[in-house]
Structure formats: C-alpha cells, structure tokens
Design a protein around this ligand. Structure first.
Ligand code: CP
Length: 327
C-alpha cells in the first residue's frame, strides 16, 4: 500500500493483518490509567469533514490524541466552504498549516483520491459518497476476529441498502482479501449494477442464508441518498430484509450481529436484536479507536518494532522513529 488509505481494495493481506495486529496491541492502551502514547508528538492530523459523522469523526480525534498528535477539526459547516471555497483550495490551506495527515469524509465518491494529488501528507478516507469506508471495514474485521477467533473461512452475510453503502463495498473487498466468504442480501433495486464483478455471492432470501452465517451485518437504509422509491414501503422492507428476534433465532449459536451505525431501529433491525448479547454494535465503536490509532501510527510514525507498549507507564513508552511509508 502507498502512504494513503483510500480504498480497502488497495490493502494486501500483509497490510491488513499488520493493521489488525497493531490495533490489537494498541487496544491494550485503553486499559492503562493514562491511555496515551507519545508516538505522534509533533505531528498534525486534520479531520476534514464535509458530511455528518458521529462515530468516525470522534474516534479519529480520540485516536490521534491518544498518540499525542496535534488535532485540527475542520467541519465544512461554518467554514469558508459555505462561501464557495473549493476542496483544492481548502486542501492547499491545510497543507500550508503543515498537516501530516488529512482524514476526509466527503459526499462525493473519489474526493479523497483527488485530495491525495494536492497534499504532501497522508490521506485517510473516512467515507466518500457511496464508494468506500476502509477504516469501518477494518474495525469490523477486527471485531469479527476478536469475537470469533479467525477471519479465514468466516461466512459473513451483509444485508440491506448495498447500492448506497460504502461500508458494504469496503467490507466485501477487505473480507475477500482476508479469506472470508461474503454473501450480500438485498432487494434487486438496492444492488449495484456491477454486483457481478464483486468477489461475493448474492441472495434475495434473507432467512435461508442465516443458518449458514457466522456474522450477519445489517446496513442502514440511506434515505438521504435516495431520489426515488426503491421498495414499496418501509414495512414491506422490514418484513423481507429486517432482522428481528425470530430471524436471529435462525443463526447458529456462536453467530454475531453487527451494524456500522447509525441504526434505524425498527427498520433494518429491531431494538431487542440491537441490544441483545449477540450484538457487537457498541464494541465496534470502541474498536474503531484502536483501529484508527493503528492506521495513523502505521502511516505516520510506525516502525517495525511496533507501537512500543511493552511496559512502563504511558509517556515513557518507546517512541519509534518516523519511518515514512509503513503500510
Ligand atoms: N459508521 C459510521 O461511519 O458512522 P458515522 O457516520 O457516525 O461516522
């Protein structure tokens, strides 16, 4: 992989395993009285958000701060973007301020790719349009591996609005690289035209795939990206593609239920399922901090010796020399 993280499809198996293993090491930091490392001291991370976010924005900020980076939060709302300033001019302004990494969320697919042409630092895609959300896929894989002990051969069923889901696309590519078998379930209207080129299976019968699923990942119906009707009614959608207690009972006993959030409770998932012991939804959010720390660490400062957490209180941990392109 190059110095940016723009697409999950760019990650080799070795890259992906390196991120997950580093995240595992960094997750232990949260158990310390002071959950902080000096690894990115003197580095600047800019969070550039053109689209709303709760989990991703907060966890990138927490991740950068736990690695002692300086963090600048930029929201398009309230900035000169409202006066018509372009992404390029915004990027050049950030460059002038010495950004070592820019974490970008944008409603246009491809915006992080363009940004990478204009800034000298690393670009991390925090979700671009309907294209990709690679750190979400990484934290999902991290959560699956923690809960189920492996990724190779895992049977993962992803259900819902695949057409508008950057999470689905990133998960399909990353899980394929990691050796998992992915099945997508959706109404035909909510599948991309080119679905036949994706490395996964497709089913229209949700209940029939559940007994052979180790993981079921529910996706939000993205009403805000819909300019037309894709299904007859929300009630009909929930009946055919929603996960309720009766459907959850079809899963094997060890299977887990995931959702990237935000959820539409009562549409794609019922409240009792979302709050059940099988649900990893809150765990996914917590794991997001460790995974995003690993991404920032490996892009900005990571050396082959790991994050230097082998003992000693935070603040005395080893600080690896910046190694440039580490992924
Ligand atoms: N999963 C996810 O990207 O959530 P946010 O939109 O809240 O960041």
């Amino acid at each position: 992989m190059n110095r940016h993280l723009i697409s999950a499809a760019d990650l080799s198996l070795a890259d992906a395993i390196s991120i997950l293993d580093t995240a595992e090491e960094l997750a232990r930091l949260a158990e310390r009285p002071i959950p902080k490392l000096p690894t990115l001291r003197g580095r600047t991370v800019v969070n550039l958000f053109y689209e709303d976010s709760t989990r991703t924005r907060i966890s990138f900020e927490a991740a950068a701060k736990r690695l002692s980076a300086d963090v600048i939060n930029f929201s398009a709302k309230g900035s000169s973007v409202a006066k018509g300033e372009s992404l390029k001019d915004t990027a050049l302004t950030l460059q002038a301020m010495g950004a070592d990494a820019v974490v970008i969320r944008h409603n246009a697919s491809g915006a992080p790719h363009r940004l990478a042409e204009w800034v000298r630092g690393s670009v991390v895609n925090a979700g671009d349009g309907t294209h990709e959300h690679p750190t979400q896929a990484l934290l999902d894989a991290f959560t699956m591996r923690r809960r189920l002990g492996r990724l190779s051969g895992l049977r993962v069923t992803i259900v819902g609005d695949i057409l508008h889901s950057r999470v689905a696309r990133s998960n399909v590519w990353l899980l394929h690289t990691l050796g998992a078998q992915v099945t997508l379930v959706a109404p035909p209207t909510l599948l991309p035209v080119a679905i036949g080129t994706w490395p996964c299976a497709v089913s229209y019968d949700f209940s029939s795939v559940l007994p052979a699923s180790d993981v079921v990942m529910m996706l939000r119906v993205q009403h805000e990206r819909m300019a037309q009707a894709y299904f007859p009614s929300v009630r009909e959608y929930s009946r055919r593609y929603g996960l309720d207690g009766d459907r959850m009972a079809l899963l094997p006993p060890h299977a887990i239920v995931m959702h990237p959030g935000p959820m539409n409770r009562g549409v794609e998932i019922t409240a009792d399922v979302a709050d059940s012991a099988r649900s990893t939804i809150v765990e996914q959010v917590a794991n997001g901090v460790a995974v995003r720390m690993a991404v920032l660490y490996l892009l900005l400062g990571g050396g082959p010796g790991g994050p230097g957490m082998a003992g000693g209180p935070a603040g005395q941990a080893a600080m690896p020399e910046p190694a440039g392109v580490a992924l």
